[in-house]
Design a protein around this ligand. Structure first.
Ligand code: AHR
Length: 503
């Protein structure tokens, strides 16, 4: 008798540990909109992002443009990054034969022929159908240079600079409104203290003019990860009316800057550590937001996560200064988890820019000659585009842990929204490398009749798309769910992303 009891306990234990359960409760939709710019991207003059990436043989690549249009890229940040604080805009306008040839000293000491400049960038944005976000030069530029660039871009009248824009082929103003005042001013942007930078910000910002038809949205160069003193000092010294947003940069590392590790050849321990570090984004957003709340309780100032993503060692055989890395299912899980965090903090986070779109860091697209491939991270943005400008639905999650050695993280994360047509979307992520998890979702309404779903997963967490096998990690339709009244039960495969559509 005792033996039978013990056996029963054993089987129950095995069943619980093999098939775990998570519970999600959806409230009704809030009135808060998930700003589409949370789904923004970043393109720097770095490695093969611009040259031999977006721009090849003097032309913008339309295959890349079309892929980005498909996922509704809303905003693109340029020209850097660190490059922004060594970029002089006048070097990159006018006849290409006469453009200055400079050296990109930040990224590999390579020749910069300035053939991709202001007009080319703004044409790229127009083709993609996205807003431009320009990072102005504080590190090596003057307030006058920044003032002139904005006049050149946005003034619709008679001035030498506006006329020069016309001569260079663009009579109408470009109406650029998102404007960064420096980049990483605590580091590559000039090694400034927070006090010094906030004074510089006020100096530069006072010459950043609103020309008729374009109100500038000025963005403070933000903190490095958990440097809360940076945010506190900037918020204390700069009047909130003088900023649209304040930045935050956070890169996911596996074991610190000195042990970034391979993008493709990594252990479960490295997989786990990367996911654990990516989840820190929540704490960073909440702590920086708490500082913003003190100075801006009405939440007018945006938190702009204008650089994020996983940073790995450059692929062997490539220039280490070019930061070219492959992109695996693990990176897709990081992207989906981070986007869920952004969605769930959309009251404060109004823009984010993944680093970087093509051929650099956590890229959406990799190119080789004239061919290109879409990475697993690209497919996350394809799945999640449904949240853009939708109404956020707050959720409560009770998740089992994903435990590795003696450390644990929540296995399941999620976010939800409802779009203007009343269609709801729930994005679920299971980070556990081995266990499938049964997720039961309690909805506040049962009116949804038609439910469909898509999944992104693969056999191994380090699976990648390659030029010889570009469709290894792609979106598939998903049917392992069922609805019973207000309860939706979803069987989440291990290491997977599922987006449900409820009509
Ligand atoms: O995205 C690569 C670099 O990372 C950017 O140039 C810089 O801002 C950051 O340190």
């Amino acid at each position: 008798m005792k033996k039978i009891k013990l056996l029963t306990v054993f089987f129950i234990f095995v069943e619980i540990s093999l098939c775990q359960h998570a519970k999600i409760e959806l409230d009704g939709a809030s009135t808060i909109i998930i700003n589409k710019n949370i789904y923004g991207h970043f393109a720097e003059h770095l490695g093969r992002c611009i040259y031999d990436g977006f721009y090849k043989d003097g032309k913008i690549r339309m295959d890349i443009v079309n892929a980005l249009k498909k996922i509704h890229v809303p905003i693109l940040r340029w020209p850097g990054g660190c490059f922004a604080d060594q970029y002089h805009w006048k070097d990159g306008i006018g006849n290409k034969k006469n453009r200055l040839v400079t050296v990109n000293t930040t990224w590999g000491m390579i020749t910069e022929d300035n053939s991709f400049g202001t007009h080319e960038f703004l044409q790229l944005c127009e083709l993609i159908g996205c807003e431009p976000y320009i990072a102005g030069n504080v590190g090596t530029g003057t307030p006058q240079e920044m003032e002139n660039w904005i006049e050149y871009l946005n003034y619709d009248g008679n001035s030498t600079l506006a006329n020069l824009r016309n001569t260079n082929g663009h009579a109408q103003p470009f109406h650029v409104s998102y404007w960064g005042i420096g980049n990483e001013s605590w580091g590559c942007g000039g090694e400034m203290t927070a006090e010094y930078y906030s004074n510089q910000y006020k100096r530069y910002a006072s010459f950043c003019m609103d020309y008729p038809g374009t109100t500038l949205k000025k963005i403070v160069s933000g903190a490095n990860g958990d440097d809360y003193n940076w945010t506190e000092t900037c918020m204390k010294n700069i009047p909130t009316e003088d900023m649209w947003g304040i930045g935050l940069h956070y890169y996911t590392l596996t074991d610190g800057w000195n042990h970034k590790g391979s993008a493709t050849n990594f252990s479960e321990e490295q997989y786990f550590n990367s996911l654990k570090n990516c989840l820190r984004m929540k704490e960073l957003i909440e702590k920086h937001s708490a500082i913003l709340d003190k100075y801006d309780p009405s939440k007018k100032v945006a938190l702009v996560v204008d650089e994020w993503g996983i940073w790995k060692d450059a692929e062997s055989g490539t220039n280490p200064a070019f930061l070219y890395q492959q992109n695996s299912l693990r990176d897709a899980l990081i992207a989906a988890t981070t986007l869920n965090i952004f969605n769930n903090h959309c009251e404060r986070v109004k823009m984010a820019n993944l680093a970087q779109t093509v051929n650099v860091l956590q890229a959406l697209i990799l190119t080789s000659g004239d061919t290109m491939l879409l990475t697993p991270t690209y497919y996350v943005f394809d799945l999640f585009k449904v949240h853009q400008n939708s109404k956020w639905i707050p959720i409560k999650i009770a998740s089992p842990n994903y435990t590795y050695n003696d450390q644990s993280i929540p296995a399941i994360n999620a976010s939800a929204s409802v779009d203007i047509n009343g269609v709801a979307h729930i994005s679920l992520v299971n980070l556990d490398s081995k266990k499938n998890i049964a997720v039961s979702i309690e909805m506040s309404e049962s009116q949804y009749k038609n439910i469909t779903a898509q999944v992104l997963t693969s056999e191994k967490f380090n699976d990648v798309n390659t030029f010889s096998n570009p469709n290894k990690v792609i979106i598939h339709s998903f049917t392992d769910f069922k609805k019973d009244g207000k309860t939706l039960s979803v069987n989440m495969p291990s290491k997977s992303i599922v987006v449900l559509e409820l009509k």
